[in-house]
Design a protein around this ligand. Structure first.
Ligand SMILES: [Zn+2]
Length: 199
């Protein structure tokens, strides 16, 4: 169950003087208060949901919603409301999500660049995500010579790429290494038979 809802906080109050109260008929000071509302999920503020405000007559203590205010009071209220900004922390949840998405996108583009380097400069220990047919498997680089890469096939194939980590255990590489030319490795990467490299 997801707990969500909205909540108000007091943002700002301001005294405005010299406005006639339509309730007590006094030319007096009014206290204008602005409240901001934000949506939350699990107590984390996500985004602002607008502002509301009231005025209170300092003489008769009558409080008025904007639609009940007379013209001069409404103008003063709109001025105070316009100068009151919702705080940035109202955006906390969306801000955190935006930062996470940004980091993930950055990591993913960085990894794509790294993989091209790994393919061009293979190293012992590299693990290739390999898809020779409809199944996925892994090739582990045992050694690298001048023009060839010697790989050990993983003993297993698996149906989903996301499950490859399950077969990536030292005990699953039991066969003899065999050589593939570095040129062929590049071709396999370009034809998407080698999908990714873990180093
Ligand atoms: Zn009044």
């Amino acid at each position: 169950m997801i707990f969500y809802g909205s909540k108000s906080t007091h943002l700002h109050s301001e005294q405005v003087s010299g406005i006639k109260c339509s309730h007590c008929e006094q030319q007096t000071t009014h206290n204008i208060s602005i409240f901001g509302r934000y949506a939350y999920v699990y107590w984390i503020p996500f985004f602002p949901m607008g502002k509301k405000g009231v005025s209170e007559c300092n003489h008769c203590k009558k409080t008025l919603a904007p639609k009940e205010m007379n013209e001069p009071l409404k103008l003063a209220y709109q001025n105070v409301n316009g100068n009151t900004k919702s705080p940035l922390w109202y955006w906390s949840g969306l801000g955190v999500i935006a930062v996470i998405i940004g980091l993930l996108a950055f990591n993913s583009s960085q990894h794509k660049k790294d993989v091209v380097n790994y393919i061009n400069e293979p190293q012992a220990g590299d693990v290739y995500e390999y898809k020779p047919n409809e199944f996925y498997s892994l090739l582990k680089v045992a050694s690298v010579s001048q023009d060839s890469v010697f790989v050990i096939s993983n003993d297993y194939e698996i149906e989903r790429k996301s499950k490859l980590y399950k077969i990536d255990k030292a005990a699953n590489y039991t066969t003899e290494p065999y050589g593939i030319s570095k040129q062929r490795i590049k071709e396999l990467f370009e034809s998407k038979e080698i999908l990714d490299v873990d180093r």
